[in-house]
Design a protein around this ligand. Structure first.
Ligand code: NAD
Length: 504
C-alpha cells in the first residue's frame, strides 16, 4: 500500500478539463429548456483525494425545479412524436460524443469522485456510451400486440378487434448517486429518451461535473430543448422538490435504501411510477472446488474495485472451511499490495472514498465492528495526511447478526466468514435485507446451477463478479429495489401499455 501523497497540481489538468471547470463550475451549470443558468445559491465540489475545491455548483431552487419540469412537459409530446429512427440517431450521436471526449470525461470523473483514472477511462465512460448505443437500437424495437378477444357483444355484422400500443410514460425525474456518476446517469437517460420520455436529471451533489458535461454533449448531439434538463443541487432540497413535483410522471432513482423510502413517499402524492435501484450487501461464495487462481483476485477485486463504492460490491465473503485461511489470507495480501492514492496518479489501483462525510461513515462502521469484537485482518483505518482514504480492509471474527455483516458500508471493507456445506452457505447468503447480486466460485456444474437458482438476488455471477453490459438487466430483489436498469427490461420502465378495443 502506498501513501496517498500524490502531489496534485491543478495546472497540470487537461486543457479541456480546465476549460470546462471555468465554463460550468463557476456559475452556469443548470441546463433548463436548452439554456444554461446559474442559481442564487451554490455549493463547492471538491477533489476527495486532496480536499481541493474544484468549483462551485449551482443549487437549483424550487422555482428552477418548476421551470425544468415545465420545460420537460412542454417538450414531451414532440419528442415522443419524433420517429424512432431519429431518436435512435440522436442517441447514437450522444454515444459518439461521449467517446470523442472520453479522456476529458474520465479525468473529470476522477477529480470529482476519486476513482482511479483507468476505471472511468476503460470501464465506466465506455459503459455510458454503450448504454446510448444499446437503447438507440431499442428505440426502433418498441412494439405492442394484437389480441384475440372473446367479447361477443358487437352489433350484427361487426367485429370486435383489440390491440395494444406502447406510449412513453411522460416526464421522468432521474435521480442518481455519486459512486459511478456518468454510467448510472446513462442507464436512466438512454432508455427514457429511447421510449419518448423527457427528463429532468438531478445528479448527486458530490459528483455533478460529468452530468453537466453530458448535458452539453446532449445539446451538441441535437437533443431538442427541454428534452433533457440538468438541475444540480442538494438531495434534501433540489432532489426532494423534484421527487415531490406534481408535474413528474415517473421517478427513476438510484441511491441508498433510506433515500429510496423518502422518494417513494414523495411519489405517492400523484402516484408517480417509481423504479428504485438501491443498496446491496452482496455475497461472494468460494466453494472447496474453486479455481483459487481466479477466485482470490476475483473476490478481492469484487470489493476493492472503485474502493467498494459499488452497489454490487462483493462485501460479504463466505469461504469453505477447508480453504478458508488460504483464501482469506490471499485476499488480505492482495489488499495490502494495492496502490492507494490519487486517482490521477498512474500507479493508483484504489482511490479515496468520495467525501469527508462518507469517510466518517465508513470509519464509524469499522470502529463499531472493532467494539463488537471483530478483528481487522488487514486495514481498518483511515489514512493519509489529506483526502479521504480508507485502508483496504478484511474483517474476520464476526457473527452473522453484527452490523458490519448486515449493513452496507459502501467502502473497501470485506467481511469474511467460513461455512461447512452448501445448505448453510445458501441460507447465510440469503440472510440479508438486500438481494442485489452474488458470485459463486466453483468448478462444479451442479453447485453452480443450484446456487444460481437458490440465492435471492437480481444477478448471480459464476466464477466472475460485477460483469455487466448494456444488454444485461441489473437491479435487485428485497430491499435492493424495484425494477431493472440496463437491458431490454429497462425500456419497460419508461413505457405504458394502452389497450385499444374497436368495433369495425
Ligand atoms: P443517496 O441515497 O444519498 O443519494 C442518491 C441521490 O438522491 C443523490 O442525487 C441525492 O442528492 C438524492 N437525494 C438525497 N435525498 C433526497 C430526497 N429526500 N429526495 C430526492 N432525492 C434525494 O445515495 P448515495 O449515497 O449518493 O449513493 C450510494 C447508494 O446508492 C448506495 O446505497 C448504493 O448501493 C446505491 N446504489 C445502487 C445501485 C443499484 O443499481 N442498485 C447503483 C449504484 C448505487
Amino acid at each position: 500500500m502506498v501513501s496517498p501523497s500524490f502531489s496534485f497540481d491543478p495546472a497540470s489538468l487537461r486543457a479541456d478539463v480546465r476549460a470546462f471547470l471555468d465554463r460550468r463550475a463557476r456559475g452556469e451549470g443548470l441546463l433548463i429548456d436548452g439554456q444554461w443558468h446559474s442559481a442564487a445559491n451554490t455549493f463547492a465540489t471538491v477533489d476527495p483525494a486532496t480536499g481541493i475545491e474544484l468549483g462551485q455548483i449551482p443549487a437549483a431552487g424550487a422555482a428552477q425545479v418548476d421551470t425544468a419540469v415545465a420545460a420537460a412537459r412542454a417538450a414531451q409530446k414532440g419528442w415522443a412524436a419524433t420517429v424512432p429512427a431519429e431518436r435512435a440517431r440522436i442517441l447514437w450521436k450522444i454515444a459518439d460524443l461521449i467517446e470523442a471526449n472520453i479522456d476529458e470525461l474520465a479525468e473529470l470523473e476522477t477529480l470529482d469522485q476519486g476513482k482511479p483514472l483507468f476505471v472511468g477511462r476503460w470501464a465506466e465512460i465506455p459503459g455510458a456510451a454503450a448504454q446510448f448505443r444499446f437503447f438507440a437500437g431499442q428505440a426502433m424495437a418498441i412494439e405492442g400486440s394484437t389480441i384475440e378477444n372473446s367479447i361477443n357483444y358487437q352489433p350484427e355484422g361487426k367485429q370486435m378487434r383489440s390491440w395494444t400500443v406502447r406510449e412513453a410514460v411522460g416526464v421522468v425525474a432521474a435521480i442518481v448517486p455519486w459512486n459511478s456518476p456518468l454510467v448510472l446517469t446513462a442507464m436512466k437517460l438512454a432508455p427514457a429518451l429511447a421510449a419518448g420520455c423527457t427528463v429532468v436529471l438531478k445528479p448527486a451533489e458530490d459528483t455533478s461535473l460529468t452530468a453537466i458535461r453530458l448535458g452539453e454533449l446532449m445539446v451538441e448531439a441535437g437533443v431538442p430543448a427541454g428534452v433533457i434538463n440538468v438541475i444540480t443541487g442538494l438531495g434534501g432540497e433540489t432532489g426532494a422538490a423534484l421527487a415531490a413535483h406534481p408535474g413528474v410522471d415517473k421517478i427513476a432513482f438510484t441511491g441508498s435504501t433510506a433515500t429510496g423510502r423518502a422518494v417513494l413517499d414523495a411519489a405517492k402524492t400523484n402516484f408517480k411510477r417509481v423504479t428504485l435501484e438501491l443498496g446491496g450487501k452482496s455475497p461472494s461464495i468460494v466453494m472447496p472446488d474453486a479455481d483459487l487462481s481466479l477466485a482470490i483476485p476475483g473476490v478481492a477485486n469484487a470489493i476493492y474495485f472503485n474502493g467498494g463504492q459499488v452497489c454490487i460490491a462483493g462485501s460479504r465473503l463466505y469461504v469453505h472451511r477447508s480453504i478458508h485461511d488460504q483464501v482469506v489470507e490471499g485476499v488480505a495480501a492482495y489488499a495490502k499490495g494495492l496502490n492507494v492514492g490519487h486517482g490521477l496518479a498512474p500507479e493508483t489501483q484504489m482511490g479515496p472514498v468520495v467525501s469527508a462525510r462518507h469517510a466518517e461513515r465508513v470509519e464509524g462502521f469499522l470502529q463499531r465492528a472493532k467494539g463488537q469484537g471483530a478483528t481487522m485482518l488487514t486495514g481498518g483505518e483511515r489514512f493519509g495526511d489529506a483526502g479521504t482514504f480508507i485502508q483496504p480492509t478484511v474483517v474476520v471474527d464476526v457473527r452473522p447478526d453484527m452490523e458490519i455483516v448486515q449493513e452496507e458500508v459502501f467502502g473497501p471493507v470485506l467481511v469474511a466468514q467460513a461455512f461447512d456445506d452448501v445448505e448453510e452457505v445458501i441460507a447465510a447468503a440469503n440472510d440479508s435485507q438486500y438481494g442485489l447480486a452474488a458470485s459463486v466460485w466453483t468448478e462444479g456444474f451442479s453447485n453452480a446451477h443450484r446456487m444460481a437458482s437458490d440465492i435471492k438476488a437480481g444477478t448471480v455471477w459464476i466464477n466472475c463478479h460485477a460483469m455487466y453490459d448494456a444488454s444485461l438487466a441489473i437491479g435487485g430483489v428485497k430491499q435492493s429495489g424495484w425494477g431493472r436498469d440496463s437491458g431490454r427490461q429497462a425500456l419497460e420502465n419508461y413505457l405504458e401499455w394502452k389497450t385499444v378495443c374497436a368495433v369495425v
